[in-house]
Design a protein around this ligand. Structure first.
Ligand SMILES: [Zn+2]
Length: 158
């Protein structure tokens, strides 16, 4: 069955998706494998930051360009979160401990992110890869979040 997509109106059965934070993920959010983290780079001072911005946080000029960030980086450091974070935590219930890392990207910035892997697998310097996912599938609109996981071309060969 051929269908020329929904040009005029969104389907009521398929809610729109929004990024977990405005300006953090590339659009569209329909194909999650194509989604990238967005950054910004100031052409005046060279400051690179996570997320899009109109004004440079370093020099205050408006010479900031949007910059799709690399999908791959290295774990710069990490911790294991063993207690449920306070507030509006959206993870599994009951709580499951997870790795939280700073991933260094080739653009020169570090991203605070969950690291999806067995806790004993995470270590400093391990190559990891970006992954976008729908955090709350039952919400409307769906909220798209992200994590990093050890990349397939790492040392593990399974
Ligand atoms: Zn600047």
């Amino acid at each position: 069955m051929s269908n020329l997509a929904s040009i005029s109106a969104a389907s009521p059965t398929k809610p729109a998706r929004i990024p977990i934070r405005e300006g953090l993920l590339s659009a569209p959010l329909t194909d999650l494998s194509a989604v990238r983290l967005l950054g910004s780079r100031c052409t005046s001072c060279g400051e690179t930051a996570l997320g899009t911005a109109e004004i440079c946080a370093n020099c205050g000029r408006d010479t900031v360009n949007s910059l799709p960030l690399s999908r791959r980086g290295l774990v710069w450091t990490y911790t294991i979160v063993r207690h449920k974070p306070p507030g509006d935590y959206k993870g599994p219930d009951p709580f499951v401990p997870f790795a939280l890392g700073l991933v260094e990207l080739p653009e020169g910035l570090r991203v605070l992110t969950p690291i999806e892997c067995a806790l004993e697998q995470v270590c400093i310097g391990v190559p990891v890869e970006f992954r976008a996912f729908v955090r709350e599938p039952d919400s409307e609109p769906e909220v798209v979040s992200f994590a990093f996981a050890p990349s397939a071309e790492g040392e593990a060969r399974d």
